[in-house]
Design a protein around this ligand. Sequence first.
Ligand SMILES: NC(=O)c1ccc[n+]([C@@H]2O[C@H](COP(=O)([O-])OP(=O)(O)OC[C@H]3O[C@@H](n4cnc5c(N)ncnc54)[C@H](OP(=O)(O)O)[C@@H]3O)[C@@H](O)[C@H]2O)c1
Length: 244
Amino acid sequence: MNLIVVGASAGLGRALADRLAQEKHNLLLIAGDEADLKAISADLNLRHSVQVEIAAVRLQCDQNSIEKVLAKASALGNIDGILFPLGYSRTDDDGTLGCDDINRIVNSNMAGIIALCSHYLPAMLQRGEGLLVFFGSVASERGRSSNIVYAAAKRGLQSFAESLRHKCSATNINVQYYQLGYLNTAQTFGKKLPFPAAEPKDAADYIVRNLNKRFGLEYYPWFWRFICLGLRYTPWMVFKKLKF
Ligand SMILES: NC(=O)c1ccc[n+]([C@@H]2O[C@H](COP(=O)([O-])OP(=O)(O)OC[C@H]3O[C@@H](n4cnc5c(N)ncnc54)[C@H](OP(=O)(O)O)[C@@H]3O)[C@@H](O)[C@H]2O)c1
């Protein structure tokens, strides 16, 4: 397949790019830093002999950033699917951020993703097939006093994915949404975590093995399904006192 991976220079996105190239998919890798992307594409080309294009674009909901992606994507031909393992969070996301920071969080976790999907959806609908894989966070299961804008954006993304799944239900367009727990990446580096962090490589293996399954929403690692269920039904009188 010809696939786009947005957020491919680090963490889960980098692991996914590696695993997808191993499966002989041709790739367009997108992230903000060109030097990172060049090094990754050279390595994937050498090890897996697949076509790897790169676009150094910080995806956001504006025509300029979408057109930069399209210009690079044309080298691959028809795009069969897009995976969106990008994300951006900040430790000071406590409800007091200024507009630039809010825009970056909302664009990187929701609005930029919606904009790129909206461009490719008509072609996928016309062909009646495609693949769209989104990544949310357990941080959005229940609002709390940290990761405030991040969680709001991820919850918006989840709603968008759910709507697309509904819209595409009579087609072969597969819409997957992973609700992710902690991963061992830059986002958790040095943080004291209440639950173990999964390795991005293991997550990428799991995701690539399941690209053909039509499950809608899946928790990874699996045990987060039960933690989130517990969190959702924790009475407010208790929940408001939790510090995490
Ligand atoms: N790590 C965790 O514990 C955890 C937990 C729950 C959910 N998640 C979610 O899981 C996914 C993967 O997380 P991760 O930890 O692997 O992230 P990461 O290590 O921080 O890597 C994020 C990637 O996204 C790119 N990126 C960020 N904003 C972008 C934008 N606007 N346009 C293009 N590329 C952009 C980054 O590159 P540049 O900075 O160069 O642009 C980088 O390649 C994300 O959706 C994240 O929110 C992570």
